[in-house]
Design a protein. Structure first.
Length: 486
């Protein structure tokens, strides 16, 4: 069995190269370099060491994944009938995707993969920026950088910032989390005579700097707590503090039951912000709703029943499970109706679900919403009119029945029941016309408030009271408001 011997060129010049690695590079094995852009290579050239570099592959491919795949294919081809040496910057096992691919596929290809050492760039980088990694640090790949992987309270090293394009992407991701002026460090050629460390504000990261395969970034841990306000973990800590013995007396005494009314209240305030199309107001109200969720989760954690992690896991699992056309192997749903049908089928088959579909309509919903959901569920069984005319006729029928009871004035319970039937029919018409009854009523409430405020303003300007006006006069103000478009 032939083998590929992988060595690291270290982070500095040839003087820092271990003797064993140096001897391998000077051996008669064919030598392949991921890149010749390294301080050691110039010394090897002066000593007459022959090699082949893969730099041309970087130039012809736009995606790093394609580069790595082609390098690995070339190495396996070369090693099919002889042992070869493959040299990479730093240490073979640190930030080297090609090495990982070789290790994953070597056995399948019938080629032995041997790691022969090499100094990581991390030691030199830690020394260059004067940090102790025991305090906690992250090592992230600049070519595949995402803000979702960042821990702002730790030292952060971003390696493989090869060029300005990679630097620009890293900058844009970090600017979602950090102030534009946050000071970061660009570290080049760490551990060599050409080492440089430049401190720059984040927004200048990709401006007027040269980048290479020996360039890394160091992001100091965040000390300013205000920067952490966007961090979900920090919110969790804040809520836990509010509920702690030294926290807020009001927050400490809350229970799941006592918080119910606040969740409903905050949800409706969010609906108002949505109707106003006010993004800033929406941010505020979404935060208020999230606070209620966090408080319930904190209470659950204190009682030992569940945590916010359980809540997150439950909804993530449900979304993936109920969207097999997105996350699974089920054929893509082409229409909204197909999605809803799949959703209901999956819900019906989930473990622990009751047999009747109406059990899925929550009893705790406000009556208007519950009526709407019940009718939607009935439609899924095919129990629905096809045209609007019979729906309107049903409304007229319910109105007549209610008026009969009202005019008789005998049975209050019957009046209430017939009034409920009338409301149920109105909800049915709204659903048939694709109008959400809750949203329609909210808009009607808002319209009522606007017109009533107009009446108040008229009365206040006149320096009078409501009692100074007749109902007819107040009604004329109402009509003025209506005619003005309020």
């Amino acid at each position: 069995m032939t083998k590929i011997i992988i060595v690291g060129l270290g982070a500095g010049d040839i003087n820092q190269l271990p003797l064993g690695v140096y001897n391998l590079l000077k051996n008669d094995y064919p030598l392949f370099l991921r890149t010749k852009e390294h301080p050691v290579v110039e010394s090897l050239e002066q000593e007459g060491v022959a090699y082949f570099s893969f730099d041309a592959i970087y130039e012809k491919n736009q995606q790093f994944t394609d580069v790595y795949e082609e390098i690995v294919e070339k190495l396996f081809s070369e090693a099919s009938d002889k042992d070869i040496v493959y040299a990479v910057p730093g240490a073979p096992i640190v930030a080297e995707r090609t090495v990982q691919l070789l290790l994953e596929r070597g056995e399948e290809m019938g080629i032995e993969i041997e790691l022969a050492g090499g100094q990581s760039f991390l030691d030199a980088l830690f020394q260059a920026v004067r940090i102790d990694p025991i305090e906690g640090f992250q090592l992230l790949d600049g070519t595949n950088f995402s803000k979702y992987n960042v821990q702002l309270t730790q030292h952060m090293i971003i390696a493989q910032v090869y060029d300005q394009m990679v630097a620009s992407n890293v900058k844009l991701e970090l600017m979602e989390l950090l102030p534009d002026t946050y000071e970061i460090y660009i570290v080049a050629n760490a551990g060599s005579a050409a080492e440089s460390v430049k401190k720059v504000p984040l927004y200048l990261l990709d401006h007027e700097f040269s980048f290479s395969n020996l360039t890394s970034l160091y992001i100091p841990p965040v000390k300013d707590e205000r920067i952490l306000y966007k961090n979900f973990t920090y919110l969790r800590q804040v809520v836990a503090t509010l509920r702690s013995p030294n926290g807020c007396p009001w927050d400490r005494e809350q229970t799941h039951q006592s918080l119910k009314k606040y969740l409903i209240e905050e949800a409706y305030e969010l609906l108002e912000a949505i109707d106003e199309n006010d993004d800033d107001h929406m941010v505020e109200e979404l935060g208020d709703v999230l606070l209620q969720i966090m408080l319930h989760a904190q209470i659950g954690e204190e009682e030992g029943y569940f945590t916010i992690d359980d809540v997150t896991e439950a909804i993530t699992s449900k979304m993936i499970r109920r969207h097999p056309h997105v996350f699974g192997d089920k054929a893509a749903a082409k229409t909204v109706d197909e999605v809803l049908s799949n959703w209901q089928d999956i819900k019906q088959n989930e473990e622990g679900r009751e047999e009747t579909r109406f059990a899925a309509v929550k009893k705790g919903l406000p009556a208007l919403l519950q009526a709407y959901e019940l009718q939607k569920m009935a439609k899924s069984f095919g129990f629905d009119w096809q045209e609007i005319e019979p729906v309107i006729e049903k409304l007229k029928e319910e109105l007549d029945e209610w008026l009969i009871e009202v005019n008789s004035g005998v049975n209050k319970d019957a009046i209430e029941l017939e009034y409920g039937d009338l409301l149920f029919s109105m909800v049915n018409i709204a659903r048939f016309l694709s109008i959400h009854p809750e949203e329609a009523l909210i808009r009607a409430n808002q319209k009522f408030v606007r017109r009533f405020q107009y009446i108040e303003e008229k009365i206040n300007k006149a320096g009078k009271q409501f009692s100074d006006y007749t109902l007819e006069e107040l009604d004329s103000f109402w009509n003025e408001a209506k005619e003005s478009g309020l």
